[in-house]
Design a binder for this molecule. Structure first.
Ligand code: ADP
Ligand code: MG
Length: 656
C-alpha cells in the first residue's frame, strides 16, 4: 500500500465538486434554485455552446450582502439551515451549502449582486477556487451569476460532456421542470442568442403548462385537486382520452421540488387502471404539498430523490386524486366537425382560475419562499379550501362518490324486466351544479380507499337538478346506440359499454361475495410470507378470503369469493396475494383479479353485430347515462361520443 496522504484543499474541492456539478445543466439547476430561494419573480437563463463556454443566470431576488459573497463560496456555507433540527423541515430548494463552492472549483465565476436597500452592489470574481476581484459597483437589484469555461481545470470531465445541442437540451428540460413547479415565477431561457422559452409567472399551473408544452398537450389535461390527512396534490393529468406512448411527460413535485419517485409513478398508473389502454401512459404535472417533516429530500446531492415517512399515504393521495379527477372530468369524447368550431380554451382556463388564484394569494403573503405559505395553507385550511373551491373547479363535484353504490344488477334486469329499467335510473345529472356548501357533505365527495371497499350505499348529498330525458333514436351498424339527451346527440358503443358495466358489477360482487369452503384448504408459508399475511388479513377479508393462521407457519383457508369459484384455486389465490404483500404491494384486486374480470366482462357482454331488442339497448344506454364510471371499456376504449346541437346547427349553417 502507498503512504496515506491528507488531500490538498484544491484536490478535495475538485472531488467534492464532481458530486454536484456533472454538466452545464447541473450548474443551471443550482443557480436557478438559489434564485428561487432568494424570492425572485423573474429569472433569466442564458447559455452559449450548450453552456460549456457561457452561462448566465439573472434574478430579481433579495441579493447577497457585499461582505457575505466570499462566504457564500465556501463549502458548507448556507443561509438556509442553522441547526440539525432545521434539516427536518426544509422548505428551500438548497440547504447543503455546497453549490457555489462546487461551481467555483471547476469554472470561472463572476457575480454581480445588490440588495434592494443598498446603494451599491458588488462585483465578485472567482476562478478555480481563487478570488480575483471583490469590489463595489453599480448594478440592478438582485443577483447575476456568470459562469465561463466550465471544467477548464478538469479536462477529464470536459471529455464526458456531450455535444452542445445535447447539453443545451438538458438545460432546457431542466428549465421546463422548474417553470412547471413554479408558475408564480416568470422564466426566460435564451439559447445561443435566441429566446426559446418564456413563461408568464402569473401563478397559474395551467398557463405554465401551456407555455412549456404548448396548446395541444395543455388541452388534453384534466385538473387534479385532492387532499387527505393534511397533504394535498394539485395540478393536471391526462384525460384518459389523450394518453401518450411513454412515461416521458410525467412530472412530480414535492413542495415545488422536482422529484423522481417510484411511489408516485406507481400510484399514477394505478389511478388510471382500467381507464386507459394497456401500453399507453398518462402525462401529468402534479405538485404534492406536504409538511416537510414528513419527507426527506436530503437523500442525494442532486436532491431529486425523496423519501416519504408514510408511502402508503402518498400512494393513496395520488391514486385517488387521479381517480377522482377522471370521474369528475367530462370523459365523453366529442366529435369535431370540420367546420370552424369555437375552441374550448377559455372554458378550460376558467376552470383553472380558482386554483391559480389560490396559489397567487398564498404567494403574495409569502415572505421569501412560496412553499412556506403553501404548506401552512394546506395543513391549516385544506378542509376549508376543499369545500370552497373544489366544486367550482370540477364539472361534477357530487356524483363521483356514487360509484360506491351497489351497481344495479344489470344482467338480471335485462332478462327479467327490461322495460322497468328506466324507472330505476333517473335524475342523476352528468353535470350537476356545484352545490356543496356544508363541510360534512363535502367529505363524501371523493372516493377513498375505505369507500371503494365499502358496499354500503353512500348517502345522497343534495337534491339534484332535473336531468334531460334520454331518448333512444335507434341503432347504427348493429353496434352503436344513438341517443338524444337534451341538447346532446350521443353515440354509445354497445359492446364497450356493456363490457364496462359487467366489469364494475363483477368487481363489486367480488368485494362482497364470500363463500365458506366445504373443506378448508391448508398451505405452508415461509416465515416472511406468514408475517406479511398476519399483518394484512384484513386485505384478504376485503375480497372475501378468510384465513386462520396457525402454528408452524400454516395457513388454513376457510372462505373464498364465490364470484370466482372455479376460476382460481383458493390456495393459489392466497399464495399470489401473499407474494404481493411480501413485495409491499397491497393492490391485490388489481393485480390478481383485473385480468380475470376483464375476460369475464368481455365474454358476457353483447357483441357488435348482435341482434338486440330495443329494450336491451335502452338498459345499456340508461346505465351509461346514469353511471359516470362507465366512460371507458376495461381496456380503455371510449364508451360514448357526443356532438352538441350547437355544433350540428353550425355545421348546417343554421346558426353562425
Ligand atoms: P445553498 O443553496 O445550499 O444554501 P449555495 O452554495 O447554493 O448553498 O449558496 C450559498 C448561499 O449563497 C445561499 O445560502 C444564499 O444565502 C446565497 N445565495 C446564492 N445564490 C443566491 C442568489 N441568487 N440570491 C441571493 N442569495 C444567494
Ligand atoms: Mg443552492
Amino acid at each position: 500500500m502507498a503512504k496515506i496522504n491528507l488531500l490538498d484543499k484544491s484536490v478535495f474541492e475538485l472531488i467534492a465538486a464532481g458530486e454536484v456539478i456533472e454538466r452545464p445543466a447541473s450548474v443551471i439547476k443550482e443557480l436557478v434554485e438559489n434564485s428561487i430561494d432568494a424570492g425572485a419573480k423573474h429569472i433569466t437563463v442564458e447559455i452559449k455552446n450548450g453552456g460549456s463556454s457561457f452561462m448566465r443566470v439573472t434574478d430579481d431576488g433579495c441579493g447577497i450582502a457585499h461582505d457575505e459573497i466570499p462566504t457564500a463560496f465556501l463549502r458548507h456555507a448556507t443561509s438556509k439551515v442553522r441547526t440539525a433540527d432545521d434539516l427536518d423541515k426544509i422548505l428551500t430548494l438548497g440547504f447543503r451549502g455546497e453549490a457555489l463552492a462546487s461551481v467555483a472549483a471547476v469554472a470561472r465565476v463572476e457575480v454581480l449582486s445588490k440588495e434592494a436597500d443598498k446603494q451599491y452592489g458588488s462585483c465578485f470574481k472567482i476562478s478555480g477556487g481563487e478570488i480575483t476581484a471583490h469590489e463595489q459597483t453599480g448594478c440592478p437589484d438582485g443577483t447575476t451569476i456568470i459562469i465561463r469555461d466550465l471544467f477548464f481545470n478538469v479536462p477529464a470531465r470536459q471529455k464526458f460532456l456531450k455535444k452542445d445541442v445535447t447539453e443545451g437540451n438538458q438545460v432546457q428540460g431542466l428549465i421546463d421542470k422548474l417553470a412547471l413547479a413554479h408558475p408564480d415565477i416568470s422564466f426566460r431561457f435564451i439559447r445561443d442568442n435566441k429566446q426559446v422559452r418564456c413563461t408568464g409567472g402569473d401563478g397559474d399551473y395551467y398557463s405554465a403548462i401551456y407555455a412549456v408544452f404548448g396548446k395541444q398537450l395543455a388541452m388534453s389535461l384534466i385538473p387534479v385537486d385532492y387532499s387527505t390527512g393534511g397533504i394535498s396534490v394539485t395540478g393536471y393529468a391526462s384525460s384518459p382520452l389523450f394518453t401518450r406512448p411513454n412515461r416521458s411527460m410525467q412530472y412530480f413535485f414535492v413542495n415545488g421540488r422536482y422529484v423522481r419517485s417510484v411511489i408516485c409513478l406507481t400510484a399514477l398508473e394505478e389511478g388510471y387502471r382500467n381507464s386507459i389502454m394497456t401500453g399507453k401512459f398518462p402525462a401529468c404535472v402534479l405538485n404534492i404539498t406536504i409538511n416537510p417533516e414528513l419527507c426527506d429530500v436530503n437523500v442525494s446531492p442532486s436532491k431529486t430523490e425523496v423519501r416519504f415517512a408514510d408511502e402508503k399515504q402518498i400512494f393513496d393521495l395520488i391514486n385517488f386524486g387521479v381517480k377522482n379527477a377522471i370521474l369528475n372530468a367530462d370523459n365523453r369524447r366529442e366529435i369535431k366537425l370540420e367546420k370552424k368550431l369555437p375552441e374550448p380554451v377559455a372554458e378550460v382556463k376558467a376552470e383553472a382560475v380558482p386554483l391559480a388564484e389560490r396559489v397567487e394569494k398564498a404567494l403574495e403573503t409569502a415572505p421569501q419562499n412560496i412553499y412556506k405559505e403553501k404548506v401552512r395553507e394546506t395543513l391549516e385550511n385544506s378542509r376549508i379550501l376543499e369545500i370552497k373551491e373544489k366544486p367550482v373547479a370540477f364539472h361534477s363535484p357530487v356524483s363521483s362518490y356514487k360509484v360506491n353504490k351497489p351497481q344495479s344488477s344489470f344482467v338480471q334486469q335485462r332478462i327479467a324486466e327490461p322495460e322497468k329499467q328506466p324507472e330505476t335510473h333517473r335524475a342523476e345529472p352528468v353535470h350537476p351544479e356545484p352545490v356543496c356548501d356544508e363541510p360534512e357533505e363535502n367529505t363524501f365527495k371523493y372516493i377513498t380507499d375505505a369507500a371503494l371497499r365499502s358496499a354500503e350505499p353512500v348517502p345522497e348529498l343534495t337534491a339534484e337538478p332535473e336531468k334531460p330525458e334520454l331518448t333512444i333514436i335507434g341503432e347504427l351498424f348493429a353496434t352503436y346506440i344513438l341517443c338524444q339527451c337534451g341538447d346532446d346527440f350521443v353515440m354509445i358503443d354497445k359492446h364497450a359499454a356493456h363490457e364496462r358495466i359487467n366489469f364494475e358489477k363483477k368487481r363489486t360482487e367480488l368485494m362482497t361475495s364470500s363463500q365458506l369452503l366445504a373443506e378448508s384448504e391448508f398451505i405452508d408459508l415461509s416465515p416472511e410470507q406468514y408475517s406479511a399475511l398476519a399483518e394484512n388479513t384484513d386485505k384478504l377479508t376485503d375480497i372475501g378470503v378468510e384465513v386462520i393462521l396457525t402454528e408452524g407457519f400454516r395457513c388454513e383457508i376457510t372462505a373464498c369469493p364465490s364470484a370466482f369459484a372455479g376460476d382460481v384455486k383458493p390456495s393459489e389465490l392466497v399464495l399470489r396475494a401473499t407474494d404481493l404483500l411480501c413485495a409491499g404491494n397491497e393492490n391485490i384486486i388489481g393485480e390478481i383479479y383485473d385480468d380475470l374480470l376483464h375476460s369475464r366482462a368481455c365474454k358476457t357482454a353483447v357483441k357488435a353485430n348482435d341482434v338486440n331488442h330495443p329494450s336491451e339497448l335502452r338498459v345499456i344506454a340508461e346505465e351509461v347515462w346514469n353511471n359516470e364510471k362507465i366512460r371507458f371499456c376495461p381496456h380503455g376504449r371510449p364508451v360514448m361520443v357526443k356532438m352538441t346541437k350547437h355544433e350540428i346547427e353550425k355545421y348546417f349553417s343554421r346558426i353562425v
